[in-house]
Design a binder for this molecule. Structure first.
Ligand code: ASP
Ligand code: SER
Ligand code: ZN
Length: 407
């Protein structure tokens, strides 16, 4: 590596997504995680300050405050999250077992041993939170209809604006209004060259009563970023929809609802829909194709569940003091091993601060919202498909263009 050739998170993520070299991926993984080391002290101080604020508001600690937004006690909510996880965990275990076998084929039994956690840098994603980038290694029926949206976006010269237009068009097709002009003027959709910015995608209700809503992200023409735009617009349309409510109602039914709106729309981005908007070619329906599709979906939606659950399990214990600062990293990896069945391939110590390498930890964004969303979005999708009068397998249902579902 040349001096001065520092890579940013986009580039390191690209390495994890595309390189199939064990060592190259490990270098990218270790390099990014090293950047979080110096944030440990600030994080520890932030925890103290945040708890002080939570206590002034009458909560035991910030974790208790976060758990109290669900119309039940903090204890009841923790139990409910546990109950939900118990229901879906068997799906994850099967997926994990399948993935480990395939990765063992690829990298060898010395690197990916049976019965042991999977090395955390081999799942195609910096946090091993979603595994769809290694679909090529896990495809059940290789060669049956290749749906390469990335390639189509590039071939057709899509830029960030046009991708966002595509997302807007989906919502408009359901009966929602077009986005306000200021959205296009004031959003940041690509990485600026002249300054450092926070690139993690987010949606902002700046002043929805005056229709000032914005998205901040650093998009490139990829399927992932296209999907993220549909996700972020879920927040934006939710904001616009309750803009005329009293201030106390400017929020989701709970934060999991807010996350689930756009993801529910994502579930309608079926091969059939992508065909309609010309991002994939004709696909011959077959049983093998369906299995491939559902594997791709599982690598996104099932793989995420333990990750979605463990992030706040760690933070709840950090805020309550059950996890002490001198144990931050060890406790993190214990949860990663327990829940995700992954382990770091290089030694970690308390010099490291690996939780800090995941955006939502330093940004202090609660994460159980995503876990809840990854459950309820399927319930929403089912209900919308019913409203649309759709008959047939739910995995093939798209509510695109359906005003009844939109209503
Ligand atoms: N804001 C989204 C997530 O953090 C965007 C992303 O997927 O990058 O919820
Ligand atoms: N957007 C969330 C994240 O990036 C959940 O997918 O972690
Ligand atoms: Zn979101």
């Amino acid at each position: 590596k040349k001096a001065g050739s520092c890579r940013n998170i986009d580039q390191l993520s690209e390495t994890l997504a595309r390189s199939r070299s064990y060592d190259e991926q490990l270098e990218a993984w270790a390099g990014w995680h090293a950047t979080a080391r110096p944030t440990r002290n600030d994080y520890q101080r932030m925890v103290e300050l945040a708890n002080e604020g939570a206590r002034e508001l009458g909560y035991k600690d910030l974790g208790a405050q976060w758990r109290s937004g669900y119309d039940m006690s903090a204890e009841a909510f923790a139990a409910e999250a546990e109950r939900l996880y118990g229901q879906v965990q068997p799906l994850y275990k099967q997926l994990h077992c399948y993935a480990r076998a395939r990765l063992q084929n690829k990298y060898g039994a010395d690197k990916v041993p049976s019965g042991k956690p999977i090395p955390a840098h081999l799942l195609g994603n910096m946090w091993a939170q979603q595994w769809n980038k290694i679909y090529d290694l896990l495809e059940p029926y290789p060669g049956v209809a290749n749906l390469n949206v990335d390639q189509s976006l590039k071939d057709q010269g899509y830029d960030a604006q046009r991708m966002m237009k595509s997302a807007e068009n989906f919502y408009v097709s359901l009966g929602f209004p077009q986005l306000p002009g200021t959205f296009w003027e004031r959003s940041m959709l690509t990485r600026p060259q002249d300054r450092n910015v926070v690139c993690h995608a987010s949606a902002w209700d700046i002043d929805s009563r005056r229709k000032d809503v914005r998205i901040k992200m650093c998009a490139t023409p990829t399927e992932e970023d296209l999907t993220t735009m549909y996700h972020e617009l879920g927040h934006i349309y939710y904001d616009l929809w309750y803009a005329d409510q009293p201030f106390m109602f400017h929020g989701g039914a709970h934060d999991g609802f807010h996350e689930a709106i756009g993801d529910t729309i994502n579930l309608s981005m079926t091969p059939g829909y992508l065909r309609t908007i010309n991002l994939v070619g004709d696909v011959k329906p077959s049983q093998q194709f369906v299995i491939n599709q559902q594997m791709k979906m599982a690598l996104d939606k099932i793989a995420f569940l333990p990750f979605g659950k463990l992030i706040d399990e760690w933070r709840w214990k950090v805020f309550s003091g059950e996890i002490r600062p001198e144990n931050y990293n060890a406790a993190w990896w214990e949860l990663r091993r327990q829940y995700q069945g992954v382990a770091p391939a290089v030694a970690r110590t308390e010099e490291d601060f690996d939780p800090g390498a995941k955006y939502h930890i330093p940004a202090n964004v609660p994460y159980t919202r995503y876990f809840l969303s990854f459950i309820i979005q399927f319930q929403f999708h089912k209900a919308l498909c019913q409203a649309a009068g759709y008959k047939g397998p739910l995995s093939e249902c798209s509510i695109y263009g359906n005003k009844e579902a939109g209503k």
